[in-house]
Design a protein around this ligand. Structure first.
Ligand code: SAM
Length: 331
């Protein structure tokens, strides 16, 4: 749950990790664990659904031979531009702008018919998204209240907050932010917007902070609400479910699905997805013949993994990261 807060309070040590890994603005988490889980094959085909600034992509490319391929995507055009600049000259690499919901269409457009040896998701926001005040994700930096990962999308946070019914605002902040002062905050937002609409991040952060009546150590009082609004604006949980399903369909036999999440609701969705597809359809429980369509398609690999103490000391963002891995069973 501490994703926004921990990225925003990134230590200088975290930035040094990024330098050491040669990614300019985002320190990737759980890199070694992810590589071990992927068991990268030199001639394998991989998909990175959340390119960001390519920390994980770069680590995979470093292990690929000439026949290997990496198809990367991100819904954020700045991430895609960074990918083209960083790896565009590498024949084994391709990148396109796509959200999880458009992943399969993007793969079809590129004519990718071979099953992947691995698909990775590293969820949430990147440090460059948070660090750029103009993107409107940060309660620490004054900027327009935007929060869209894909700026072609119609509805910004400001537009939603200007029109959403009180109950909807309360529900989003309560469920996605797990914020106990959601009702107070929603009421304060609705009262304030009737005088003047919210346009700036710090303006919203101040109204929220004034209505959070207790303080969590080391956490800005607007952390939970900002995270919730961002997840709502980008439909992050809905996207995740579609993306996981797309990845499952696109994995080849023994291909690995690796998902890093930073939020308890995301992690629960990943865990449930992997569990659901690693069991036979319960409708056929106890029956001697199970039709192919009802057989499990995934095998869960190991337990959820967390970052080591060494990594979390260097990169506070890693504190809330969880990696889950599953393998595609042969059809
Ligand atoms: C934590 S960052 C990934 C960092 C990356 N692994 C690296 O090492 O630089 C998450 C990225 O996923 C992207 N993203 C989040 N949700 C997405 C979605 N539904 N579809 C596509 N990209 C998404 C964000 O735009 C962001 O760039």
């Amino acid at each position: 749950m501490a994703e926004v807060e921990s990225i925003e309070h990134r230590s200088a040590a975290g930035a040094r990790v990024a330098d050491a890994l040669d990614v300019d603005e985002h320190a990737p988490v759980l890199v070694e664990e992810l590589l071990a889980a992927l068991e990268v094959k030199a001639e394998g085909w991989y998909c990175d659904a959340t390119f960001g600034r390519g920390g994980h992509s770069g680590a995979i490319l470093a292990r690929l031979g000439e026949g290997g391929r990496l198809f990367a995507f991100d819904r954020d055009q700045q991430a895609v531009a960074a990918g083209r600049e960083k790896f565009g000259a590498d024949q084994r690499f391709g990148i396109g702008q796509a959200a999880f919901a458009g992943l399969e269409a993007a793969l079809d457009e590129r004519g990718v018919s071979r099953g992947f040896d691995g698909v990775i998701f590293d969820l949430g926001v990147s440090s460059p998204q948070l660090d750029d005040a103009a993107r409107g994700f940060s309660f620490m930096r004054d900027g327009p209240l935007d929060m869209r990962m894909d700026t072609r999308q119609a509805q910004s946070a400001a537009a939603w907050l200007a029109r959403a019914p009180l109950e909807e605002i309360e529900k989003v902040i309560a469920t996605l932010g797990e914020e106990r002062f959601a009702r107070r905050i929603a009421r304060a937002i609705v009262a304030r917007r009737s005088e003047r609409p919210f346009e700036r991040t710090t303006d919203l952060a101040e109204v929220i902070a004034a209505n959070v009546k207790t303080r969590e150590p080391g956490k800005h009082p607007a952390t939970r609400s900002f995270q919730a609004i961002r997840m709502h604006i980008n439909q992050e949980l809905e996207q995740l479910n579609t993306g996981l399903e797309a990845a499952r369909r696109r994995l080849g036999a023994r291909g690995r699905l690796c998902v890093i999440s930073f939020h308890s609701l995301e992690d629960r969705a990943v865990k449930r997805f992997m569990r659901r597809h690693s069991q036979a359809d319960p409708m056929y429980a106890g029956l001697p013949m199970i039709p192919d369509a009802a057989r499990p398609t995934l095998r869960v690999i190991g337990k959820a993994q967390r970052a080591s103490a060494v990594e979390t000391a260097r990169n506070p963002r890693a504190r809330s990261a969880t990696l889950r891995v599953a393998e595609r069973l042969a059809p």
